[in-house]
Each structure stands twice: as structure tokens, then as C-alpha cells.
Ligand binder design. Structure first.
Ligand code: SF4
Length: 229
């Protein structure tokens, strides 16, 4: 597997916000969101090829019960199945973060799915060929159903940039009536606190009104602005 970084930090998004965790960030992604906050795993993928045993060894050195496998898109690596088996055998709690476009039959304790809305498409100027590929790949209903049906513990997170995106979420979820509203997290798009605060003003009340959960992206509050790509 090609790995961008393995490190210890605090989960800043979703149901496990505030939980100290070991993060395994794979590099490589089948999408190209314009707002990607880890461009070194997508637009300009960087990292080293590691055997599963080496990844495991580095994770265990962090001494964290919770392990978050993120990216990039982890599901593009078949080796992930073996890594998750070893992590489970070692007693770790595993969160798997995916955009919900690929499926692997792996063990995890929290399937964290972040489907990409129309607001994610890259600009023509930036990457014409990726624009078409991204649009074709970003929504995979078959994979979404497979993930929701296979994993009893899951959360779904959407990145919201404009108020109109909220309508798209409602429309999107019509196809998944079995998903309880308290498993839906809406996160403002942004890599700095002032941008997040401005969007929070209209997004948080809307979430409360609809029964969805507002997801403030606490890691930006705790650790500061993410450098622009
Ligand atoms: S799916 Fe995630 S890692 Fe891939 S380009 Fe989009 S935001 Fe970046």
C-alpha cells in the first residue's frame, strides 16, 4: 500500500470527535475534488510503499486503541483487507473513511462514508480530463447500498459549500430511507476558521431543523488553517 503518513492525533469529525487515534493515511484517490484538503494524496499523490506488516508495526508504536484509516481513498487498496484483519486481531477499534465509490469486504467498527456532491467537481481550467472522470465516478448507488447494508455502524458525512447543497443532500437521501437522520453529518466546506464560522451561521440551524448533525471540523479549530493546495 502506498502510505502518505501514519501519525497520532485527535479525530475532528463525526461521531468519534475528540477521540485520540492513530491515523493511517493512504495516498492515491480515484476522485479529484476541487476542495480536497489532502492534495498530497490526490492531486499530487506522495508517499512510500509499505508492506502491511510495516504499517501495522508503525500503528502499534503509536499506542492508540482507535485507528482511523483515511486517505486519499483507502478502498483502492486490496491489502486493506489484511491490514484490518491484523488490526482487529490486535484489539483495535477501526474507523474506515471512504468516499463510498469502492467496496472491499473488510472488518471495521465504524464505516465513515463521505459521498461527494455536485459541488466537488474540479474546474475545467484545473483538470478537464479529471472533471469528466470525477463526475462519472463520484456517485455509486450500488456501493453506497452495499456499505450501508454490510456495516451496522456507519455515519455519512457531506461537505456543504452553499445553501443549495442542502437541497441536494435531501434529494440524495431519498434513495436511502433506511438511514437514520442522526447518522448524517453536514460539514461546512473550508480550510480556515473564519470560512467555517460564516457557513455555520446558516448550516447549523438548518441541520437542527432537519434532524441532521452539524459537524464543525474541530481539527481546524484545534490545529489551525490547512495550507491551501
Ligand atoms: S475523495 Fe477525498 S481524498 Fe479524494 S479528492 Fe475528494 S476530498 Fe480528496
Amino acid at each position: 500500500m502506498r502510505i502518505a503518513e501514519i501519525y497520532k492525533s485527535i479525530q475532528g469529525e463525526g461521531v468519534l470527535t475528540g477521540t485520540t487515534s492513530g491515523f493511517v493515511r493512504v495516498t492515491g484517490c480515484n476522485l479529484r475534488c476541487w476542495f480536497c484538503d489532502t492534495p498530497y494524496t490526490s492531486w499530487d499523490p506522495q508517499g512510500e510503499n509499505l508492506e502491511v506488516s510495516e504499517v501495522l508495526q508503525r500503528v502499534q508504536a503509536l499506542k492508540c486503541h482507535h485507528v482511523v484509516i483515511t486517505g486519499g481513498e483507502p478502498m483502492i487498496y486490496a491489502d486493506l483487507v489484511l491490514l484490518c484483519e491484523h488490526l482487529r486481531a490486535a484489539g483495535h477499534h477501526i474507523t474506515l473513511e471512504t468516499a463510498g465509490t469502492r467496496f472491499l469486504p473488510l472488518h471495521c467498527d465504524l464505516m465513515s462514508i463521505s459521498p461527494k456532491l455536485a459541488n466537488s467537481i474540479p474546474s475545467l481550467e484545473r483538470a478537464a480530463e479529471w472533471r469528466a472522470r470525477h463526475e462519472k465516478r463520484r456517485h455509486c448507488p450500488t456501493v453506497m447500498h452495499q456499505l450501508i447494508d454490510t456495516y451496522s455502524t456507519y455515519q455519512i458525512k457531506f461537505v456543504i459549500d452553499q445553501p443549495a447543497d442542502c437541497d441536494e443532500v435531501v434529494h440524495y437521501l431519498v434513495n436511502y430511507p433506511q438511514v437514520p437522520r442522526n447518522r448524517i453529518f453536514l460539514m461546512p466546506q473550508g480550510i480556515d476558521q473564519p470560512t467555517l464560522n460564516a457557513k455555520r451561521e446558516w448550516l447549523e440551524p438548518w441541520c437542527q431543523q432537519q434532524g441532521y448533525r452539524y459537524c464543525p471540523r474541530k481539527h481546524i479549530e484545534w490545529f489551525g488553517t490547512i495550507p491551501a493546495s
